[in-house]
Ligand binder design. Sequence first.
Ligand code: FE
Ligand code: FE
Ligand code: FE
Length: 171
Amino acid sequence: MKLNSMEMLYADKLKDLYSAEQQIIEALPKMAEAAAAKELKQGFQKHLKQSQAQAKRIEKIFKGLGEKPDGKTCEAMKGLIKEGQEIIKMKGDPVVKDAALIGAAQAIEHYEIAGYGTARSIAAQLGFGDVADILQETLDEEWEMNEQLNRLALGDASTAGINEEAMMAEA
Ligand code: FE
Ligand code: FE
Ligand code: FE
């Protein structure tokens, strides 16, 4: 893969994101199963559906290019998901594990936010306004998921967050 033009960079970036989404789609059911808090479980399940739609969006973008988005592995996502799997396998207090799962999930969302932000900006630079809008939609969903995870960890006016609850756990 050469990077002789912004078009090439654009395709490469989207393939990386496509690989990331495929890996996330495989990992989210396991994270949902491992989550103790009902809201966290549901949050992961909801984001699984969103991720499936996000992957489809990338497929659609590539259809427009007469290409397929596969053939690349996002190594960073491999690592981030591996860290999530490590948490799933660890024994311990379920609430502390939930706090750890939230942290792992936020690392995934932050990576996606960086990637989609880049892809969106390159699409706009290339004059692909429609694609930029589609990528912005996905970017908004990643931000929303990150916000929801923040709320679950930190709580709000009406409920204590998982982090506060986890303080009750004793070693
Ligand atoms: Fe995603
Ligand atoms: Fe990557
Ligand atoms: Fe996401």
